[in-house]
Design a protein around this ligand. Structure first.
Ligand code: NAD
Length: 296
């Protein structure tokens, strides 16, 4: 018998999805899940955050309609499949898949996955949208680590199709196969990545962003000119500093600290300029200021 069969589990077909955290990523994940036909419940700690998330989803869909990429009927159908809740229990109730998109802090994620273990059905798959953290460490908080997977979406999910799928080594092949089917239905471009710090994307992307910040610190060039150089010289769709602002400088700092610790490379040591901006709450687009002014 194939030794993997020892861990083989049956997971029911995914029909409904819970999304925990409605911030930059959570609302986008809810959007693409609903657009793919799933019934979605989106959770956050406060109703006001959920109102903002729903308004943003509607706005993104309206832009899609204006550009002729989404039909009016599809927009209405997508919106009708999304409900919101501030109750964790209600969010995960009757869901075959729950996707977590809360801040990039390992203790916070471990606490949440521990809590979820006690309230979800035995055959609910739990996915983390972490950009860098160990899926194995997150799974250690669960009573059933074989159902925990990494589903790393990209910002904004309704535009960027990439999805990194991460198996912790303890993830059941059936859970992975189940999530892969969902990702295909969401029209994702899938890459399967080993559970290692920063996976395939953040490890490279964050490195470029941190080096660009060090260059600003050293006065090599302005943020605008460093970005312009990468856009026109390397055909990046957007420079590394503008991208850092879009992602959120607090999230970038969390990832850099984790990668610095785990990969033991000074290339990931967070530059002072990043720490300083996070300290004064210049977090990028979400706070109105980062390496760029976003209020203008
Ligand atoms: P965010 O700060 O925009 O949103 C996080 C949301 O989680 C907030 O709305 C907050 O109220 C909620 N929250 C906080 N603590 C919670 C808890 N204990 N339980 C439930 N909800 C809680 O963060 P984000 O940028 O959306 O990042 C979320 C995750 O997605 C992180 O792991 C991040 O690394 C990853 N990610 C981010 C990006 C990006 O571009 N920002 C891209 C890919 C992946």
């Amino acid at each position: 018998m194939d030794h993997l069969n020892l861990f083989r589990e049956h997971f029911p077909e995914v029909k409904a999805v819970g999304v925990i955290g409605s911030g930059i990523m959570g609302h986008g994940i809810a959007h693409v899940a609903a657009a793919a036909g799933y019934t979605v419940t989106l959770f956050d700690l406060e109703a006001a955050l959920l109102d903002r998330a729903l308004a943003q989803i509607r706005k993104n869909l309206e832009v899609g309609v204006e550009k002729g990429k989404v039909s009016n009927a599809d927009m209405q159908a997508t919106l009708s499949r999304i409900s919101t809740s501030t109750s964790l229990k209600e969010t995960v109730d009757q869901k075959e898949l729950v996707i977590e998109a809360i801040p990039e802090k390992l203790p916070l994620k471990i606490e949440l996955f521990g809590k979820l273990s006690g309230i979800v059905n035995d055959d609910t798959i739990l996915a983390s949208n972490t950009s860098s953290l160990s899926i194995g460490a997150i799974a250690s908080a669960s009573s059933r680590p074989e159902r925990i997977v990494g589903m790393h979406f990209f910002n904004p999910p309704h535009i960027l199709k990439l999805l990194e799928l991460v198996s912790s080594g303890r993830t059941s092949p059936d859970a992975l196969a189940s999530v892969k089917k969902v990702a295909e239905k969401m029209q994702r471009e899938i890459v399967v990545v080993k559970d290692s710090p920063g996976f395939a994307t953040s490890r490279l992307g964050v490195l470029l962003g941190l080096e660009a910040m060090r260059m600003v610190e050293e006065g090599v060039a302005s943020a605008e000119d460093i970005d312009k150089a990468m856009v026109h010289g390397y055909k990046h769709p957007m420079g590394p500093l503008r991208l850092s602002d879009l992602i959120g400088l607090d999230t970038r700092l969390e990832i850099a600290e984790y990668l610095h610790r785990e990969l033991k490379s000074d290339a990931f040591k967070p530059p002072l300029i990043l720490r300083e901006k996070v300290r004064i709450k210049h977090l990028g687009q979400k706070s109105g200021q980062g390496f760029y002014e976003w209020n203008k």
